[in-house]
Write a protein of this length. Structure first.
Length: 178
């Protein structure tokens, strides 16, 4: 592979690959590692990849590496720590609090609940956050469009349940006496 071609592909796809990995893994360091690994695989396998389907190929590789990383992390998490939730918070802009800490806390809790609901919904991430068409996602993941529609329907249902639960839960506030 020529260095110029690789540089162009890296520039045009790195942000999408990184954001997909970050949303999936919820850890900035793991997302960086996966992004690097994706592009190393591209460097090694470029001759085998159809240039017109390179976006789908990159998405499929990212998805598979995120699954692998999640499995490794799951085994390690029992003894060594937890994902970096602050990294995901940088993806969602907190606006509108106007200096009200209670509002900001409620908004942060809602965002965390939403992100938890979306964590395992990589299809939702690809479709809604990365604006990929269902046929593109299907090609990248090796799934039919009808299977993806079922997945999205289930994910929406799950998300709706989380949103309803969050909306119905009154905020817990503690007021100090002083």
């Amino acid at each position: 592979m020529k260095r110029q071609i690789f540089t162009e592909l890296l520039a045009s796809h790195k942000n999408r690959i990184y954001s997909h990995a970050l949303y999936s893994l919820r850890d900035a360091h793991d997302a960086e590692d996966v992004t690097q690994e994706v592009f190393l695989k591209l460097w090694d396998k470029y001759e085998e990849v159809d240039p017109e389907k390179i976006g789908g190929w990159l998405t499929r590789v990212t998805h598979n590496l995120c699954i692998d990383q999640s499995r490794r992390r799951k085994a390690q998490r029992n003894n060594f720590g937890h994902p970096d939730h602050e990294a995901v918070d940088t993806l969602v802009a907190v606006r509108g609090g106007l200096g009200d800490p209670e509002y900001d806390l409620q908004l942060g809790q809602r965002q965390a609940a939403l992100l938890d609901a979306l964590e395992t919904r990589s299809v939702m991430i690809m479709h809604y956050f990365q604006d990929m068409k269902l046929h593109e996602i299907g090609a990248a993941l090796g799934k039919s469009v009808s299977a993806l529609k079922v997945q999205i329907h289930r994910a929406r249902k799950s998300l709706r349940l989380v949103l309803t639960t969050v909306a119905e839960t009154p905020p817990q506030t503690q007021r100090g006496t002083g």
